[in-house]
Design a protein around this ligand. Sequence first.
Ligand code: HEM
Length: 451
Amino acid sequence: MPYATMPGHWLFGNFTQFQENPLALFSTARNYGDMVRLRFVYSYNYLLLHPDLIHEVLVAKAASVSKDRFIKNSLGVFIGQGLTMNEGESWKRQRKLIQPAFHAQRIARYADMMVQHTQAMITHWQNNNVHDIGQDMIRLTSGITSQTLFGTDISHEAKNIMALMDELQLLFRERTQTPAYPLWLPTDHNRRVKALTTKIDALVLGMVKARRISGEIDRGDLLSMLLMAQDDDGSGMDERQVRDETVTLFLAGNDTTYNALLWVWYLLSQNPAAEAKLQAELAAVLGGRLPTMADLPRLPYLEMIIKETLRLYPSAWAFVREATSDVEIGGMTFHKGATFTVSPYATHHDPRFFPQPEKFMPERFSAENEPTIPKYAYFPFGGGPRVCIGNAFAMMEMKLIVATIAQHFTLALASGHRVELEAYISLRPKYGMKMVVQERLNEKQPQPILV
Ligand code: HEM
């Protein structure tokens, strides 16, 4: 399949379009073909928009590609050699060591705790108050992640963590948009990167130290597994690797999940019929009680809502691969070093696979309709060997959080609040999400007596 060329500036190519609005660039590229060559000043990148091509690069030819140099230079400085950045034998080893922490039976044990955290949060909510839901969701997901994976609740640090994440996103963006000078050069940007990584290290290594001092290494959480992990040859992970994996999981797990939750609340607020249907399902299955892991298979509409949210607003809106040897994609041979981008955002909005793509229609994911979606037309968690390790964890967490909150509150967009998409590390609402939390009258609660 020959590729199409995306028109652009004679010198910068598509660089400024990418800087201004990468989502618009990738979506417009769809009009030119399924494989579109983009140019960023002097380097080329092949955007793969068709599910067959996406399958080819993520799954079939996975052995001939790696994460790209660009992402390693930009995100790698913050998260080091954690799972998302690692390659080859070292990646294989780490994935094998970490995978058991995400097995179904293991994450099922976290369910009650996720619900308790959510319940504890909403006991402080007051009817008709306006909330920055981003603050609430990040507090919740960071509390849950730190508790489940590291055995400590650091949600009291939520403001701090949010500030760190904001700074990280800002610096990451700067690194992707300006030449990334070697870290040893004392530029203002590099100084800020160092200050940030020092703060992240302090937070994470603090947890590791606290665990070592406590002497109770095995608490059955992820940190225990990292600290105890031993390879076939008996060697374990050094402190640096534990730090990198911890930061990776914390960042990969939080930013994606809390942004996805923000979009769930937004979409429900804009689609009252879907909200009503969800309420009916929750009432029928839970009748006002807290959800458990065992309830989830009986809440199919809840799952459909979350899947449709991740279709419209996939947190990981694009990712890149680099050929590690000559590789054939779409019938064409590319040389070592060629880079390929896949964009869940662009493909999820392709009308060939999702008619009326801008419309929120959870029914696309009903038991009847979902199997008709072509494989890899929908891939919010990626695919192939590097598929998201936290996929099931995130789905369970989002379902339990939404089921717990939606039974007690309806979230309405604050009047005048502007919602605009922004493609940062995750897809986020540019101006946050200000919402009014409206208490629902629970039939199980005593009704007010009218005199
Ligand atoms: C809505 C939530 C989430 C979304 C949309 C999401 C999406 C993704 C995607 C698309 C990838 C593959 C990237 C690529 O191939 O380059 C990925 C990888 C990864 N995710 Fe997630 N993720 C989510 C939640 C989580 C959670 C909760 C965790 C952990 C607690 C997690 C940990 C990871 C890790 C460690 C990787 C790298 C895996 C590897 O390279 O072996 N993610 N995620």
